[in-house]
Design a protein around this ligand. Sequence first.
Ligand code: NAG
Ligand code: NAG
Ligand code: NAG
Length: 483
Amino acid sequence: MRFSTSLLAATGLAAVFAAPISQDTYDPDDECDFEGFSSQPVLSHTFTRSAHSRSAGIPTTSAAASPSSIVIASSAPTVGSLSSVAVSSPVEASSSAFVSAVQTSASSVAAVVTSVAPATLASSSASEVVVLSTASVVPVAATSSAQGVVSSASSTVVAKSTASVSSSASSSTSTGGALEFLGVNESGAEFGTTSIPGTLGTDYTWPNTSAIKTLMDKGMNIFRIPFLMERLAQGTMTASLDATYLAALKTTVEFITTAGGHAIVDPHNFGRYDGTIFTSTSDFQAFWTNVATEFATNDNVIFDCNNEFHDEPSNTVVADLNQACIDGVRAAGATTQYIFVEGTSYTGAWTWVSSGNADVMGNLTDPSDKIVYEMHQYLDSDGSGTSSTCVSTTIGAERIAAATSWLQENGKKGIIGEFAGGANADCETAITGMLDALTAASDVWMGALWWGGGPWWGDYIFGFEPPSDVAYTPYIDILTKYI
Ligand SMILES: *[C@@H]1O[C@H](CO)[C@@H](O)[C@H](O)[C@H]1NC(C)=O
Ligand SMILES: *[C@@H]1O[C@H](CO)[C@@H](O)[C@H](O)[C@H]1NC(C)=O
Ligand SMILES: CC(=O)N[C@H]1CO[C@H](CO)[C@@H](O)[C@@H]1O
């Protein structure tokens, strides 16, 4: 795959390159191609690295040549073997970030953005080099020139943050840059809520990894995998995990993460177990320790404490459950992964402040400092995501505005974990407006996930399963412009 995990793993193969990449080598069907990239606004984005408390401006340059040949990989590259990588003459993209190229195999080249100046990269020890982002380039002949590729890349690269970058609150208020994460909810395993545990293939199914691959080939890099707690921990939430259901969940997760994407483990339970609101923090913490133990060594897993709390005894209950989730995950030794926390009132972005989530959720603590506030946003009149009609063409941007301010004022990171609009011109404009607004505030917003992919949606208004679900056709190109 073109994502950074495999690219970086292969960087030990550093070699040399020859002629510039040619448009002749561009294959519009190639998985590494990325349409519409040149239309992406290219602005800077600043973060602080936790390990070294140093800011690194991420390079971006004006979009120009050969946009179709560049794809951004936005997963978390490890520092790894970069010190031994032969680099081309890198392009200084800003005072503190540089684009270089490395050959990753006989037939592919990756552009790598580092925090270390070109002259020092080759001699730096691995621990001094932080890969800020990577961009893969369409496969080129072994005779192609890295310099040529870099020149090409440097004219189109929009760098990303990576998971190795702290999500601490010190971000500047820079405007824009592409989103780190753009992806899809992959439904199936949470279906059939009235049949517990239910029958695979009848009551529920698992996402289709071929379909996920199609979306990844188009640039998407994050997938949320809803499942039911009652199927994973049967009888009581503290039960040991059901081996069969767990194995299928792991298969789905590992397909995504092995390919360099991020997989969100999402107990799609609305704060209920067996239909009853749960409030026991100790039980919930135990559930999360059990789950996180299974994924503790997979950096590209994201733990999503629970889907869409609503009508809870109090907002404090929700905050306390989220803290128990965080504590349970970290107690399992899963210390590197993001944890997504959701609020009450179906975790709506538009009601984040008015629902009171803003009053209680901000004090959650995480020793790993990787909390991300997951909010959902639909654009129909009641915000429920049950109508294909959007309120207006500007409703997307309007509905996230208050949440954006809260994130910025409180130094938090957020993600839109579900969003959708109907397959019509008004919604397309409204969705574009929302994604523009997220991008303009990418100092706090990490990305967005469409609802919903998965094989069983049929003619559902927001269905996103390739190749022909209702929303897939109009929206795939709109969405992938943002990554
Ligand atoms: C999975 O996706 C592939 C590729 O889109 C498709 O050919 C196949 O029919 C799908 N399988 C199921 C069970 O939906
Ligand atoms: C955090 O806790 C303090 C003290 O209990 C409280 O005053 C403040 O409002 C809380 N902030 C948030 C965002 O919850
Ligand atoms: C917005 C939307 O349609 N949400 C639905 C998605 O599917 C789940 C079940 O998987 C429903 O519970 C949601 O209401």
